[in-house]
Design a protein around this ligand. Sequence first.
Ligand code: ADP
Ligand code: MG
Length: 299
Amino acid sequence: MVDDVSTPLARELAEENRRREKLKGRRLPKPRETRIVTVSNQKGGVGKTTTTVNLSAAMARAGMQVLVVDIDPQGNASTALAIPHNSEVDSVYDVLIDEMPLAEVVQSCPDIDGLTVAPATIDLAGAEIELVSLVAREQRLSRALAEYFEYRQNQGLPRIDFVFIDCPPSLGLLTVNAFVAASEVLIPIQTEYYALEGLSQLLNNIGMIQKHLNSALEVSTIILTMYDGRTNLAMQVAEEVREHFPEEVLKTVIPRNVRISEAPSFQQSVLTYDPQSAGALSYREAAAEIADRGHASGR
Ligand code: ADP
Ligand code: MG
């Protein structure tokens, strides 16, 4: 037992145990309606994919029905969830360009019950340009999702509680499709110097979408990622982001954790790769916070 709190390490372990105990066996409250969350930041490497994968895994393991839509041509979310996505596989590309039903491209994550994935293939890199000349080019994902929800209902399949859309690091038509399909934006921010740089551009773009294409869209959640609690810098940056966005920033921060970065190379989420890690714990806490906050605000 870690009752000896005389050293910093022992204290940290005791604290982690306390947090784990709090989550033990916890089922999260389901939202009233399907929450469609687009995970977006035009900066690369801030933790969009990692957050999509691990939040989705945490939600599904806490009893939610979750759909991940991978719209990044890199397909990293598909990889991490062990979903085949070579160029032969039917994917979000076929949905957006050829109006193939989502029901025909989704695959179940082999390791996690209740988690379904619409994979991305490298073809999506061309979709950005191919979309330009298509009718309703901004609404294609939104329509595909509506159709898919109806299909599930007709088939007697359980309702999807959460959709997480993993966006590429750009503000092109793929990301616009995600913004139009979603009710919420989740912005991961890497806790480092220049964290807020580029954010005003993202928020301006979201403003344009709200004005012209989707008035219901709202930035509901900001999550601080790759937090290194040993540095003053991380603490200062976290404080600054919280000052700007007191409502949106989650209390939970995601620490920089080597298990999080190792998991994808084993085609795993950190929750299945190392459930006891600090990374798994914090993504479970973040999932609980998102579900609870939504519940409290009537979502
Ligand atoms: P994005 O999708 O925004 O480009 P990723 O989720 O791919 O960003 O993360 C970028 C890199 O940082 C990846 O190599 C990932 O494994 C690593 N990473 C993300 N979050 C963490 C974390 N909390 N701790 C350690 N490494 C992380
Ligand atoms: Mg990514």
